[in-house]
Design a protein. Structure first.
Length: 103
């Protein structure tokens, strides 16, 4: 890992195939120190979450507020910042989720 990493994300509601607007998330260091907080826009996106240095980080999505009767009250993606740009989408339903490295 080297250099700065710019971060973005989006959340897709896979039950409707539509963006998940209004999902709150928090970006922290691996040990839990807060870095940023944001809410997905009308298109389910956060295009400029943060710029971070090399290291391990976590994004925690408040999925319970979006799906109150769902199985997962929150989803945390732990990742290593590779430098450059990193887009981390979350595909979400009440009883499942998936993530991948986007572009």
């Amino acid at each position: 890992m080297s250099g700065q990493t710019t971060l973005s994300t989006h959340v897709l509601d896979t039950t409707t195939g539509r963006p998940a607007a209004g999902v709150t998330l928090a970006l922290t260091t691996a040990d839990g120190a807060p870095i940023a907080a944001a809410v997905t826009d009308h298109d389910g996106r956060i295009t400029d979450l943060a710029i971070v240095g090399p290291g391990r980080y976590a994004i925690t999505f408040d999925t319970g507020a979006y799906f109150p009767d769902g199985l997962y009250p929150e989803v945390t993606i732990v990742f290593d910042a590779p430098g450059g740009h990193l887009h981390l989408p979350l595909l979400l339903s009440p009883f499942a989720y998936s993530t991948y490295r986007g572009s």
